[in-house]
Design a protein around this ligand. Structure first.
Ligand SMILES: [Zn+2]
Length: 103
């Protein structure tokens, strides 16, 4: 099931160009711009809108301070980009596949 979901989401997946890990949506900014995060490299990226290229991003001091003030931030890694934007019916499949996983 996971393979099917990955295949359905293939057009929405954005990968880190260094390590090919799928990037997570870390923070939503104004308009359609996003801060993306690579868990493996611990690097941040910036995307202006869905059609623009993804560039490495140096997070401004002020924003880092703001994140540091949030006690949950150290646990927060964001959501994989394909999952953040997947249509509802795929999300439903994903939930179903998790539900069926044996404990
Ligand atoms: Zn990476």
């Amino acid at each position: 099931m996971q393979l099917l979901i990955d295949w359905l989401n293939r057009n929405r997946i954005c990968k880190c160009e260094t390590c090919k890990t799928e990037l997570n949506v870390y923070s939503y900014l104004s308009g359609e711009s996003l801060i993306l995060y690579c868990v493996a490299c611990n690097e941040y990226f910036y995307r202006e809108d869905p059609s623009s290229p993804i560039n490495k991003y140096k997070v401004p001091e002020g924003l880092l301070k703001q994140w540091a003030m949030d006690p949950y931030n150290s646990y927060y890694k964001g959501l994989p980009i394909s999952e953040a934007y997947e249509p509802k019916w795929i999300r439903f499949l994903r939930k179903l596949s998790r539900y069926r996983k044996p404990n």
